[in-house]
Design a protein around this ligand. Sequence first.
Ligand code: AMP
Ligand code: GLY
Length: 417
Amino acid sequence: MKILVLGPGAREHAIVLALLAESADHEIVCAPGNAGIAASGVETPELAYTDPHAVAAFVAERGFDLVVVGPEAPLVAGVADPLRAAGVPVFGPDAAAAQLEGSKAFAKRIMDEANVPTGRAERVAGVEDAGRVLDEFGAPYVVKADGLAAGKGVLVTSDRDAALEHVATWAPHGDVLIEEFLDGQEVSLFFFADGHDVVALTPAQDYKRIFDGDEGPNTGGMGAYSPLPWVADDFVEEITRTVALPTVRQLEAEGTPFVGLLYCGLIVTATGVRVIEFNARFGDPETQVVLARLESPLSRYLLAAATGELPAQPAPEFSEQPAVIVVVASEGYPGEVVTGRALTGLDEAAAVPGVHLVHAATKRDAEGGWIATGGRVLGVVARGDSFAAARERAYEAVALIGLEGGQHRTDIAARVA
Ligand code: AMP
Ligand code: GLY
């Protein structure tokens, strides 16, 4: 197949690597991609990938059998809409269904209609209203901006003044929700969706905070592991039945079918599993460990979802071997980031058995060396016969990477190793 993957990051690198690993000889283009994706031997043309017109023109000119949209911004901007209208198979929802990620209020309404278990939430008009609702819900407080906020929209705090300040910051930009605090382990579970049916992938756990022990501010994700040895045997079946399918069927009934990747962000509480968020695309960095374990051809499911044929596919198979990813970030992340520093040891790191690298924000210098260009720079993915073995390989490789001021967590997957 001739496949276009849209997006610039490590998630897209992981998708490209999974497609390249198939026995079929696909022609893959990743736009705009990044230097690491280019180094994997894939064409990475420049493209205004969040602009529906620019993408539609590029696809019309080049012709693709399948377009896979990686990040949320192009989905919410409606990049999938004109492609689907033109009859191109697209993996990624139209703008209307991408509201499941683009608006937390929309997601809450869909969950209410579909009886999907989630935390209690109330929309607040401003700071005065918020004070009343915070007191009603009690600490710790969870305050969420409605729209896409690049990971900065959610604050979980026991400081009432900080919660009110977050409301004041975000209220001018749209709705703000105050939500019941949910206590427990987080799970990311992905589903392929074809508008009517869903097929589950395998659970993963993300580490959202910057520092060890889940301290410090939230990030895009500093590491992940898969599978989750501590979930119940029927966990995937339960979430399919109680969360993913009712959500997809509700969107279908409303005339906004969801075609693409339904990301269920869950918390396993003492009284059952609750949804904390939906995303309309693969999670980053969880995708890097989920796809590292996928043994079935990824393109089969992406195309079947895009063409409404998921039920005809066999269940995807996953390796028993665990996978771990440790993200290397630049100094200052997730605040003001220091970029432009030399990145060394990548070949040595990738040569550690069971290890491969996915690039998020890198470029090459004139001598062919590597430079870090953003907050999350790259991920070290390792597989092994046990979590302990995978972890050991990942951290052996991380230790070989040189980046002045670089940061990484040292406790990824420690709770299962
Ligand atoms: P979200 O962007 O909704 O995934 O929220 C970011 C992070 O905030 C989540 O990964 C959780 O760690 C935390 N979080 C969000 N909602 C809640 C909640 N209701 N209770 C506890 N923690 C939450
Ligand atoms: N890792 C969290 C996300 O992709 O939203």
